[in-house]
Design a protein. Structure first.
Length: 289
């Protein structure tokens, strides 16, 4: 992975890596790269030369550090990365690029710098962006895809009243709306200071950009066709809200691996980390080496 020299993490020094290996504790570093349109994107990583890359991507407006437990869990067997999309986490906050096309291109730019094709683990909104990645750039840099509690366009459209109300709430009192959102995505909400941290981080993105991300303007059939036509292994991890879409996707694409999380919130990897690790490892074990 190419990184900006001024942003190279000191945690990458051979001495620190040797000490970490001796202690059997993965070292999670932070670095950055520059996209094709000149935006600096930050990412967390634990390098493991030659190992299969796992790339974790967070959902709407949230930081990549939500994936830290998963980075630590998989760092001993894989080269792990968690990407802050533009406007999120510690990445730059440009004025433009908050579209499915550009964010898919950002992810493609990142994957091109890895040693091997990656397993992309994309949560919520990032699931749509990973489907757009496949649609626009193919699967040369994608070994497999894991969609985590993300819509895939299956079934009839549901009423959009909830999204419309949330958009208005963001306009009326953005700070309060984001605190509510940062609480609601968990079945068991984290401590108040963590909720406050997440809500504050989400406000880095301009309001209008965050609203743009809530509607990519694609018909459901667009996402449905990409998911059904994917020519790479696919894991679909979902909570009850997406159970109908999971059943329809499995019926249309029998090779899909399903993983139900019946007692977790939208951030299912945080609410049920042991189950998530188990399901992802089981999926990874099925992939060609």
């Amino acid at each position: 992975m190419r990184v900006d020299a001024t942003r190279r993490s000191l945690l990458l020094s051979p001495c620190v890596l040797a000490l970490a290996a001796a202690a059997a504790t993965p070292v999670i570093g932070r670095a950055s790269f520059t996209t094709g349109d000149g935006v600096r994107l930050s990412y967390l990583h634990a390098a493991r030369p030659g190992a299969r890359p796992l790339v974790f991507v967070p959902g709407w407006c949230l930081p990549a550090d939500l994936w830290r437990p998963q980075l630590a869990a998989f760092a001993r067997t894989h080269a792990v990365y968690a990407l802050d999309p533009r406007g999120q986490g510690e990445s730059d906050v440009p004025d433009s690029g908050y579209t499915a096309e550009r964010r898919a291109a950002d992810l493609h730019d990142f994957l091109r710098g890895l040693e091997r094709p990656a397993v992309v683990v994309a949560w919520s909104l990032a699931g749509l962006e990973s489907l757009e990645l496949v649609h626009r750039f193919g699967t040369e840099r994608v070994a497999a895809l894991a969609l985590v509690d993300s819509a895939v366009g299956e079934g009839p459209a549901t009423r959009g009243d909830g999204v419309a109300a949330f958009r208005q709430r963001l306009r009326d009192d953005r700070a309060a709306a984001l605190r509510e959102f940062a609480t609601a995505i968990f079945k068991r909400p984290p401590p108040e200071d963590e909720v406050a941290r997440l809500a504050e981080s989400m406000q880095r993105m301009p309001l209008e950009a965050s609203l743009d991300l809530l509607d990519y303007g694609r018909p459901r059939e667009h996402w449905r066709a990409i998911a059904r036509g994917l020519r790479r292994p696919l894991l679909y991890a979902y909570t009850p809200q997406y159970a109908p879409q999971a059943r329809l996707l499995k019926a249309a694409r029998p090779a899909t691996t399903l993983a139900a999380f019946d007692h977790a919130g939208h951030a299912l990897f945080a609410d049920a980390p042991e189950q998530f690790e188990r399901e992802l490892r089981r999926f990874l074990a099925t992939l060609p080496r």
